[in-house]
Design a binder for this molecule. Structure first.
Ligand code: ZN
Length: 455
């Protein structure tokens, strides 16, 4: 099968040819660990987890390596440590635990490598030394800076010129910088900040160097795919490319660059001031299952902004419930439907793959539906707990409210009907009443325990 991916580096969709099909390598920038992951942070996780599955399906599980780092040295972590009085290591360990737990609920497989920046300080120092030696970096006042003028292709990924960057960016002007766009590879630490000894004094690395050093340590100078959110394209990825290519050679580092677009909530940019800023955990606690969240994410192509809406979540829950009913107790087929494979091979067209799954569900091919959905991380046995929780006989409730309605039509007292309706809605049921019928549909927040008093 031929996989095509949109390569941001060339702004074209290209046939993907791994450097070594026996060792396909993908690096994705991971979180800075000081707080719960918000729902925007989870989008690259779901997107690249799906790509990981497609690569494994194509090249074989043992031939694909996926690395996603943890940034566990950062000024935001230091600030949190000072604010809470807790040791940095406690904060980063706890946050990494939360992250893995939350992403597991979204059905994300654990990557093969999850390097922590603090475990690769020696590799970062080595790389910085090489950059200085080759004339691409300079030490000044305890700092080491990358010299952007020394690297011709700086700005090629994000297609910006250095002059435009200076005009448009709020760059930190420091007297020791040769060019305002020069960025930090190493900076000094005081005794309250985490630090390591280096040829430039006691200090800590800048953020960008860690991904260059860790991907090199794990994958070598050249590997296949580098991914992350679109917000990382500039400056983070631009700086990673500059460091790695200046250090190891022009034709090195990642061949294919992929970025997922951002996430919105009900059509608006997520922001704390708008009150639409949720962590993944908050969404799970609101009663949306990880599988429903994953389905909503995958229903939009990764290159388009994704709008999280309650309506989409409810539709996703209804679809998944239906599919799980069809595939209950079914042994998945050995093969995946070609329509789903083709959609995913076409620049990870997850929305197209979901349409193809709907078609399989319509045809009633349960075994193929299950095996095909699993390629998207859906309908797995480990993800279905939420459906079992609402495996509840709604027909008894439908009968109950119908009977009360018949009585009310005669005696003109609708109070009991209104009470039942209110109770159903509060328990998370959608109540659809027509002249002949009453239909109850369980929404994603359905809680049967709230109905116990009725029996
Ligand atoms: Zn990175």
């Amino acid at each position: 099968m031929m996989i095509k991916l949109y390569n941001v580096k060339n702004r074209t969709k290209e046939a993907f040819t791994p450097i070594d099909p026996k060792n396909v390598r993908m690096y994705v920038c991971g979180p800075t660990v000081y707080d719960r992951a918000h729902i925007g942070n989870a989008r690259p996780v779901v997107v690249f987890d799906t790509l990981y599955r497609v690569l494994q399906h194509t090249y074989g599980k043992e031939h694909v390596s996926y690395a996603r780092n943890f940034t566990d040295v950062d000024d935001k972590i230091n600030a949190k440590s000072i604010e809470t009085g807790r040791p940095i290591r406690d904060i980063t360990n706890e946050t990494i635990g939360w992250y893995l737990e939350d992403m597991n609920e979204l059905g994300a497989l654990e990557p093969d490598f999850a390097p922590r920046a603090t475990e690769y300080i020696a590799e970062m120092i080595t790389m910085i030394e090489e950059l200085i030696e080759k004339g691409h970096a300079y030490a000044a006042e305890g700092h080491v800076l990358f010299d952007v003028n020394s690297y011709d292709a700086y700005g090629a990924l994000s297609r910006r010129s250095v002059d435009d960057m200076i005009a448009g960016a709020r760059v930190e002007i420091a007297p020791y910088k040769h060019n305002p766009m020069d960025f930090v590879l190493w900076k000094p630490s005081n005794d309250k900040q985490p630090g390591w000894d280096s040829p430039w004094g006691h200090g800590r690395p800048g953020w960008h160097i860690e991904c260059s050093a860790m991907s090199r340590a794990l994958f070598g100078d050249k590997f296949d795919i580098h991914g992350g959110g679109l917000d990382l394209q500039f400056p983070h990825h631009e700086n990673e490319i500059a460091q790695s290519c200046a250090c190891c050679g022009d034709d090195t580092f990642a061949n294919v660059w992929m970025h997922n677009e951002m996430l919105q909530v009900e059509g608006k940019k997520m922001s704390k001031s708008l009150g639409n800023f949720f962590s993944v955990r908050e969404l799970l606690d609101q009663g949306y299952s990880g599988e429903v969240i994953r389905f909503v994410y995958l229903s939009t192509h990764y290159s388009k902004p994704m709008d999280w809406t309650i309506k989409k979540a409810e539709e996703a829950a209804a679809t998944l419930r239906k599919w799980r009913m069809i595939t209950d107790d079914v042994i998945p087929s050995d093969i995946v439907s070609p329509a789903i494979v083709n959609a995913l091979a076409d620049d990870l067209n997850t929305a197209g793959a979901i349409t193809a799954l709907h078609n399989l569900a319509k045809c009633g091919d349960a075994a193929l539906l299950k095996s095909s959905a699993e390629l998207l991380g859906l309908l797995g046995d480990n993800m279905g707990g939420w459906v079992k929780a609402i495996d509840f006989d709604l027909s008894a409730l439908e009968k109950m409210i119908s009977t009360e309605r018949d009585k009310a039509l005669k005696n003109k007292d609708f109070s009991k009907v209104d009470y039942l309706k209110l109770t159903f809605v509060s328990a998370g049921l959608d109540v659809q009443m027509s002249k002949e019928n009453v239909t109850l549909i369980a929404g994603p927040k359905f809680d049967s325990s709230l109905l116990e008093d009725l029996f």
